[in-house]
Design a protein around this ligand. Structure first.
Ligand code: GLU
Length: 487
């Protein structure tokens, strides 16, 4: 072999070897985070255990963050595995640990100090940090009013950062950071006067207003911010890109808005006064009737909290009320209904609740078999308010419009038409105040949501929210899920 040929042959060998090496290294290149998640078939997410993020109710896992991140896992086609952090420092430590959760969905806001150690997604919820004080105390109006007050915030939170920055300007401000509490504890401590003030995100206030009658917003501290999901530090954008595409999608298709309405709509539905009034009545009125609701719920196989929610909507839990139209008592039964349900004294709360429960079941039974749960429960409530005849008219209107007569979302759009001549003149039962059952059902659903959270076994009793740091056990004293409406 000539030296030229020998050179060519060794060059060829070298090229081949290098090529093989390159191919090999391509094969063993580390899979991206997204690939690893898909490979494992599990998305591990870290969150906080709180009503605004993640908790367990009688049907299992729930919460705003949970529901959103569950949809993301479903989109990826993987299982969701939720882990809860003891506090915010713990959350970031776990997110950074190799082999740990890959995503944090915990109502987190971006901040300068966090930017270096974590990467934030597109926003999904706009919030404003709010200073919270106790009703009856002087209302702080500006930062200098925080001087000399006992303030507590979550350790490691953006709120602690905000107060640290404020303290530079107003050295008289002192605040305590605690890693032993959740936001719900901070609100309770203000409510009970154990601390003077706290600083939390506005979504948490909206959600919890109904539980704490004395909690009031003093003022917004700083500008609106956005809650975002977080992935750990590094260069690998695979998961972050997927998260962002998902958040953009649910923003556009309305899913995100529906979740926001469901979790943070209390104050919208009840109004600020309604929310605080409900909180008061929860403490002062419900305890008198709770046993009756529980007992007849058991007897009639209806979730007692749904009965209590109807009772609140009807009479605000007052046994001796009579309306202009002659309906009376805690469940506001008409004379005819009371008779049909075997109620001899409508002002007797126990009888009224039993009658209401029976009536609710009787109406539900009359509904067309094609209406399935959970819509069946909403239809039954609407009929409780307006009667089955009018409800059927609205279902027919829905059908004529090409909507589903079996979906509450569709039929509730038609109900207000029963008050307009152009529509009711063509119906069998004629005019009805069709907007009313729509509010009736929306309110009851809201009360029911609140009661579900507040009556978790761990929270029951007067010190309700005290130890809300751990996932409460599922309430097994309730009827099985199929007897109560999945919301
Ligand atoms: N958003 C806060 C944070 O990012 C935590 C939740 C709250 O305190 O309301 O630190």
């Amino acid at each position: 072999m000539s030296s030229k040929n020998a050179f060519r042959s060794s060059l060829a060998k070298w090229l081949l070897a290098t090529g093989l090496l390159l191919m090999l290294s391509a094969c063993v290149e580390k899979p991206s985070t997204l690939e690893r998640v898909k490979e494992a078939g599990v998305l591990r997410v870290i969150t906080r255990n709180s009503p605004a993020t993640y908790f367990q109710d009688r049907n299992g896992e729930t919460g705003f963050e949970y529901e959103l991140v569950k949809r993301f896992a479903d989109d990826l086609g993987v299982k969701l595995q939720i882990e809860t952090a003891d506090n915010l420092d713990d959350l970031f430590t776990k997110l950074h640990a190799p082999g740990g959760p890959v995503l944090a969905a915990a109502g987190l806001v971006q901040s300068d100090s966090r930017k270096t150690e974590a990467r934030f997604s597109h926003p999904y919820l706009d919030v404003t940090p709010q200073i919270i004080y106790r009703n009856g105390q002087p209302r702080p109006a500006r930062p200098e009013d925080l001087i000399g007050k006992h303030i507590m915030v979550l350790k490691g939170s953006t709120h602690a950062e905000q107060l640290a920055a404020l303290k530079v300007q107003y050295p008289g401000i002192n605040y305590e950071e605690s890693d032993q509490v959740e936001v719900v504890d901070l609100l309770r401590m203000v409510d009970e006067g154990q601390i003077d003030l706290t600083l939390v995100d506005s979504n948490e206030v909206a959600m919890n207003q109904v539980y704490f009658a004395n909690v009031r917003v003093a003022f917004d501290l700083g500008d609106a911010q956005s809650q975002r999901w977080v992935v750990g530090p590094g260069q690998d954008n695979s998961l972050l890109n997927e998260v962002n595409a998902f958040l953009d999608k649910v923003d556009k298709n309305g899913t995100l808005q529906r979740l926001k309405d469901r979790y943070y709509g209390h104050v919208d539905v009840l109004g600020y006064v309604g929310a605080t009034t409900f909180a008061e009545h929860l403490q002062q009125r419900l305890p008198k009737y709770e046993k009756f609701f529980r007992d007849s719920g058991k007897d009639q196989q209806v979730d007692w909290r749904l009965l209590a929610a109807i009772g609140y909507q009807e009479s605000m839990w007052q046994a001796e009320v009579t309306s202009k139209t002659g309906v009376r008592g805690l469940m506001m039964l008409t004379q005819n209904t009371a008779q049909a349900m075997g109620v001899s004294d409508r002002l007797n709360p126990k009888q009224s609740i039993i009658g209401g429960a029976k009536y609710f079941n009787a109406i539900k039974e009359q509904l067309d078999d094609s209406i399935l749960e959970p819509d069946r429960t909403w239809f039954a409530l609407a009929a409780y308010n307006i009667g089955t005849g009018h409800l059927d008219d609205a279902r027919k209107l829905a059908q004529n419009e090409g909507l589903s007569p079996n979906k509450w979302l569709d039929v509730k759009k038609m109900l207000p038409r029963l008050a307009q001549k152009q529509w009711y003149s063509k119906t069998r039962y004629g005019y009805a105040r069709g907007g009313e059952p729509v509010h009736f059902v929306a309110n009851i659903r809201r009360y029911y949501d609140i009661l579900t959270w507040v009556t978790q076994p761990q929270l029951e009793g007067s010190q309700a929210v005290e130890s809300n740091l751990h996932v409460p056990a599922i309430d097994t004293s309730q009827p099985p899920a199929d007897q109560s409406p999945p919301l």
